[in-house]
Design a protein around this ligand. Structure first.
Ligand SMILES: [Zn+2]
Length: 79
C-alpha cells in the first residue's frame, strides 16, 4: 500500500508545466527552465528530493502573445 497514491492525504500540490519557469517551492532548484528535459527533471526533483507523488499528467492548449495556439504538457505533484 505504501506506493499507492492516496489523494485524501495530499496536503500540498505543485503545478508543473513545460510552459512555465519557476523556482522549486522548497529550494532554489530551477523548475521547467529547459523545455521537456527541464520538465522531467522538475518532476523527478519533487519526487526524489521532496517526497512528492505524481498525481496527474496531461496536456493543455493555450494561446501565445500573438494569438497562436500552442500545447504544453502539465503535471501535478503532491504530498
Ligand atoms: Zn526543491
Amino acid at each position: 500500500m505504501a506506493n499507492q497514491t492516496s489523494y485524501g492525504n495530499v496536503k500540498h500540490v505543485v503545478y508543473i508545466s513545460t510552459d512555465i519557469s519557476d523556482l522549486c517551492n522548497h529550494c532554489n532548484y530551477n523548475i521547467g527552465s529547459d523545455g521537456y528535459r527541464g520538465f522531467q527533471n522538475s518532476i523527478n526533483h519533487y519526487i526524489n528530493d521532496h517526497g512528492y507523488q505524481l498525481l496527474h499528467v496531461g496536456s493543455e492548449t493555450g494561446t501565445d502573445s500573438n494569438g497562436n495556439p500552442f500545447n504544453s504538457t502539465v503535471a501535478v505533484v503532491g504530498k
